[in-house]
Design a protein around this ligand. Sequence first.
Ligand code: DX5
Ligand code: ZN
Length: 218
Amino acid sequence: MHTPILVPSLLAGDHANLAASASKVEQLGLKWLHLDIMDGHFVPNFTFGPEVLAALRRAGSTLYFDTHLMLDEPERYIEAFAKAGASNISIHIEPDYDHAAALSRIRDVRCQCGIVINPGTPARAIEHLLPLVDLVLVMTVQPGFGGQSFRRDMLPKLTQLSTWRKARGLNFRLEVDGGIDPVTAAECRAAGTDTFVAGTSFFKAPDQAAFAAAFAKL
Ligand code: DX5
Ligand code: ZN
């Protein structure tokens, strides 16, 4: 079992000063930063591209860049995000492309790889890919926007995935994303989750150190 980690999502940071938002995360002693990449097609919104990752690296960030690609054709952008400084690249199962080949390309460019499933997609859709990934990201909201409510009906999916992980001797991190705060994180933790993305709840927390400490105790 992996130790639980809090992964702040930069989507809820200050887009006029993303380096300051990232360094706040680093100053708290956290190790991972979640980066949401949206293309206006797979999801109805835009965020930022590889240039922003590269700029954060130039500004000195040594955080583990957990890169969540919400793109119709993620396989076209693997090299660009790896070159820009991604540590992990996670790709969705829903668009039609060769998922296994894309995961292998992510490894070829020396990044860790993850597979992501939307709320409407059952766990069995990614079952065949589980031995190939470092991380499975279960969306606990419909992707595209921060600040939505946690979907409690995703808990059985988390239980299913953590049961398969144990039964098959696999070692992927199980990550949740969307509507996560200390209360919903505890529910996900009970279902086997170890990696907790938090955007709004982290950046709006009046005391971010106390907020991070709550996750360390999960
Ligand atoms: C949503 C993104 C999330 C987002 C979560 O499409 O994938 O990473 O930042 O935001 P909160 O934590 O506010 O639900
Ligand atoms: Zn995300």
